[in-house]
Design a binder for this molecule. Structure first.
Ligand code: PEP
Ligand code: MN
Length: 346
């Protein structure tokens, strides 16, 4: 930690700061400067509240040097975590696309969409059964019935599935049906839920809260990791800013920032980030170019009648064409996206 004091700080003020730092267990070193007085405070205290020093008379600012992020932090260049979900590896060279409808609406709907996405090289099927809607009057999901349809569609098309868990008392139920737990934006700081998911080892897809800084997001990952579950996948899904032209502001730069700071895989969700299908396409391309380890994209064959998020769902033909473009972008940066396994018709 570096403590900067006013050039005009009195000897008593400097003495007082030194006394406090020592009291809190830091060893101190004066750093000479012409325009300022600085004290280097040595000692790793990840949870130290720097305001305890910032509040002292004569102090201008306090900078933390060591990172509070521990288990989620990248320790070396080659320390990238890969997460296995059945025969799919997330965080490796292949960019994993997770697609499906926003909500599971019926057995027929999820089976139809599972086939569409599978035919286009998708590796993981998504679909919400418990929907955390902003309004209590909006469609809340089919619940367990939806989970059953999702799991059987995944089985039929050999796709692991991801679905959202919104509360602790649903973990056990959802665990029976899903391969990956999704923690949505609205629950990123539901620490009790994160702790509970940290006890098992089923992968957790942790979406960024729409008002969360990257530090807060990594701290939430830390909650899961510190319980012993090492399988955390981060997902950038847009943050709330003053801009209203898109549903959220897609923080694309979060992807290289996460890669630099953390060993965890990071995927991008241009569907929830932009909220409109015409914006989803260019931002999905951009996310691949930005080195995302995967994408989450909503797809629907009848978006006008979708029970949730229809306007941001890609139509099947748009999705097919996007996947072809993404494959080419991936190749340019030395990565790949699931090849389409064409069924033999002869
Ligand atoms: C979702 O993926 O279905 C969802 C609700 O996303 P988010 O939590 O990012 O809003
Ligand atoms: Mn949605």
């Amino acid at each position: 930690m570096i403590v900067i004091l006013k050039k005009s700080a009195t000897d008593e003020q400097i003495e007082n700061v030194l006394k406090h730092l020592e009291y809190f267990g830091f060893s101190t070193h004066n750093i000479a400067g012409d325009d300022y007085i600085a004290i280097g405070a040595i000692g790793v205290k990840p949870n130290f509240d720097v305001r305890k020093i910032q509040i002292l008379d004569g102090v201008v600012s306090v900078f933390r040097v060591s990172d509070q992020i521990n288990l989620a932090a990248r320790k070396s260049e080659n320390d990238s975590t890969t997460i296995k979900v059945n025969n799919v590896t997330i965080g490796g060279n292949e960019i994993i696309v997770m697609s499906g409808p926003c909500s599971v609406e019926s057995e027929d709907q999820i089976f139809r969409i599972a086939k569409i996405v599978k035919d286009n090289g998708v590796k993981i099927l998504r679909g919400g059964a418990f929907k955390p809607r902003t309004s209590p009057y909006s469609f809340q999901g089919l619940g367990e019935e939806g989970l059953k349809y999702l799991k059987s569609a995944g089985k039929e098309y050999d796709l692991p599935v991801v679905t959202e868990v919104t509360e602790i008392n649903k973990i056990e139920l959802i665990d029976r049906y899903t391969d990956i737990f999704q923690v949505g934006s609205r629950n990123m700081q539901n620490f009790a839920l994160l702790r509970e998911l940290g006890i098992g080892n089923k992968p957790v897809l942790l979406k960024r809260g729409f008002s969360a800084t990257i530090d807060e997001w990594l701290m939430s990952a830390e909650y899961i990791l510190s319980g012993g579950n090492e399988n955390v996948i981060l997902c950038e899904r847009g943050i709330r800013t003053f801009e209203t032209s898109t549903r959220n502001t897609f923080d694309l730069s979060a992807i290289p920032v996460i890669h630099q700071r953390s060993h965890l895989p990071v995927i991008a969700d241009p569907s929830h980030a932009t909220g409109m299908r015409d914006k989803v396409i260019p931002m999905a391309r951009a996310a691949v170019a930005a080195d995302a380890d995967g994408l989450m994209i909503e797809v629907h064959y009848d978006p006008i009648n979708a029970m949730s998020d229809g306007p941001q769902a890609l139509l099947p033909e748009q999705f097919a064409s996007l996947m072809n473009q993404l494959r080419q972008i991936a190749e340019v940066i030395g990565r790949s996206i699931g090849e389409i396994k064409l069924e033999k018709t002869f």
